[in-house]
Design a protein around this ligand. Sequence first.
Ligand code: UT7
Length: 374
Amino acid sequence: MNYFAHITGWGTSVPANVITNADLAKIIETSDEWIRSRTGIAQRHIAEEGQSSASLGAEAALKALKVANISPHDVDLIVVSTSSPEHLFPSTASLIQDRIGATRAGAFDLSAACTGFIIAANMVAQSIRSGAIRTALVIGTETLSRLVDWEDRSTCILFGDGAGAFVLQASQEPGGVLSAVMRSDGSGGDLLTVPAGGSKLPTSYQTVKDKQHFIQMNGREVFRFATRVMAQATEDVVKKANFTLDDIDWVVPHQANQRIIETAAKRLKLPLERFVINLERYGNTSTASIPLAAVEAITDGRIQPGDRIVFVGFGAGLTWGALLAQWTGPLPAEKPKMWPYRLHGLYRLYVKLRSWGLRIVRLVEGMVWGQRDK
Ligand code: UT7
């Protein structure tokens, strides 16, 4: 049987807290004019205490499931792309699985920086097309504000926090994810990195003193790399699906810098109006930027069912890639889902109680086993 992987649900979540360029100019030597003219960014959303990559990701996921009219219990797999996970382990995906009560789902994180959402969507699409799974959540979520050195004006002006999620579902109707390209060049790994906190440079007094837990970036080199690969990856993914650029309705690029997007548009000889751009209000939210932009264009009616869309991204690794999809929208519901969305607050309480219940059961089991061992 031939299966196609359709994007049938979408959702986003951003912290309410906003930091404008003027706010930044009060803490570092910069200006609204400099930031706007060099990047196109005017403001960014920054997580408050208590918010994290898992909490933002879970919010976005629940909204996406609601659009797709899918219960969390129907999800087979959750793939989370993030460069700011909650921990080295457990995976942020597992924490989101628990928070949304996706009781039947497998879950793992994928690390490919800003390109991660594209790679995650492609991997999930391939699993659906093979017949291995039917329904999956792809989530891009970041709280990069926690990895930013707020005294480094070359990086702290760029990044913002947020999350976006897609539901992908199997259907025998042609459409959905049509092609993808995934590339990497690790020789450029040092151009954009958080050097410490991993196995090479574990946390120590010295690494903290040297600020090696913060993002370090060679902005000019990343800029040069980005302008080259954005256009190339877009052309490659279109060609791979036997289309031409004229067949493409929308390009949803990684929202890093307005000038990078404009250069890519020029190289592709495409009008900027065919690009979905919202970085002015969110900054660079890394792997969340593509779904954040896409969902905005779906919600305001620019993206319509049947449209062909190229998602294209680049980032640390170095990594880059593109994915071409024919837009679908929600599939007809197999059965109406009253639960859990009619009782949203109650559902949240239920998943919390369920999670605590499982912890208590584990505790009691541990005590029983401890008694037996004596
Ligand atoms: O998701 C992928 C992540 N990364 C990217 O996409 C980043 C790609 N790179 C860029 O977007 C740009 O390189 C930046 C926006 C980071 C920097 O813009 P630029 O035009 O490449 O500036 P620059 O690094 O060449 O710096 C030009 C000048 C420098 O001063 P001098 O040495 O010429 O006197 C910087 O010190 O601008 C200075 N500068 C600033 N001035 C005011 C750097 N940051 C700031 C700032 N405000 N925030």
